[in-house]
Design a binder for this molecule. Structure first.
Ligand SMILES: [Zn+2]
Length: 219
C-alpha cells in the first residue's frame, strides 16, 4: 500500500496520517482554474497547489473515508463581487467562480474526480459570498455537514485555495462542529502571506492543527 515509486517522496509519513480507525475526510476546497494563475482571481501558487493536491490524492487517498471537493459556484453573489468602485480584496472581489464557466470547474488536474461516484462535490455561493464549504450543498441538495454526518466522519483534513479565506473558513466551521480538524499547509496557498498568517492564528486558537509546510516534507 502506498509503495514508494522510485524518484518520489511520500508527502507524509504514514504514521502521521491520523489515528487508526478514525473516520477522516479530505476536504479539497476550491481548487478551480478561476483561482489559479491565468484565472479571474488568481492566488499566487494556485496552479502548484492543484498539482500537489492531485499527487497527494494519488498517494494517500486510501487513508481517507471520504473525499469532498468544494467549488465557488457564483450565480449572483450580491456584494461579494465588486461594484464600479472596484474590489477591496477584503470583502469585495473581481468576478470569479462563475457558475457554468470553465473557470468554475474543478482544476484539470482533478477533473477525473468528476466521474468518480465516491467523491462528493459540494458547490457554494450561488447567491452569497460563501467562503466556507459548510455553506455549500451536494448535487442532492444536502449541506456539507449532513454529508459528513451520513458518512460518520469524525475528523477532516482541509486543503486548497485560498489558505486565508475559503480554506480557513471551512476549517473553522469544521472545528466548530466538533470535528478534529487539520489544515495541510503545503497543499494550500494564500492570497497574501499576511492574510494566511492572520487566518492560521485564528484557526490555532480554535483548536485546528496547522501542519506546516516543513513538517509535511517529512522533516
Ligand atoms: Zn467567491
Amino acid at each position: 500500500m502506498n509503495a514508494q515509486t522510485p524518484g518520489t517522496t511520500p508527502v507524509l509519513p504514514t504514521e502521521d496520517l491520523g489515528r487508526t480507525g478514525e473516520r477522516r475526510a479530505l476536504l479539497v476546497v476550491d481548487v478551480q482554474p478561476t483561482f489559479c494563475e491565468g484565472g479571474e482571481l488568481p492566488v499566487p501558487g494556485g496552479e502548484a497547489v492543484a498539482l500537489a493536491v492531485a499527487q497527494y490524492l494519488h498517494e494517500h487517498r486510501d487513508r481517507y473515508s471520504l473525499l469532498v471537493t468544494t467549488q465557488d459556484w457564483h450565480v449572483d453573489p450580491g456584494d461579494h463581487f465588486a461594484g464600479p468602485q472596484g474590489p477591496d480584496y477584503v470583502d469585495t472581489w473581481p468576478p470569479h467562480g462563475l457558475a457554468g464557466t470553465p473557470g468554475a470547474e474543478l482544476h484539470p488536474a482533478l477533473s477525473h474526480l468528476n466521474a468518480d461516484p465516491q467523491v462528493v462535490q459540494v458547490r457554494k455561493g450561488h447567491h452569497s459570498a460563501a467562503y466556507s464549504g459548510f455553506e455549500g450543498i451536494d448535487p442532492q441538495g444536502r449541506p456539507l455537514e449532513e454529508v459528513l454526518a451520513s458518512h460518520r466522519i469524525e475528523a477532516v483534513d482541509v486543503v486548497g485555495l485560498a489558505s486565508g479565506h475559503c480554506v480557513a473558513a471551512t476549517a473553522l466551521d469544521a472545528a466548530d462542529r466538533g470535528l478534529r480538524t487539520r489544515v495541510l499547509a503545503r497543499l494550500t496557498a494564500g492570497v497574501t502571506p499576511e492574510s494566511e498568517a492572520r487566518a492560521f492564528g485564528k484557526l490555532r486558537e480554535a483548536g485546528v492543527e496547522i501542519r506546516s509546510r516543513d513538517e509535511q516534507n517529512g522533516n
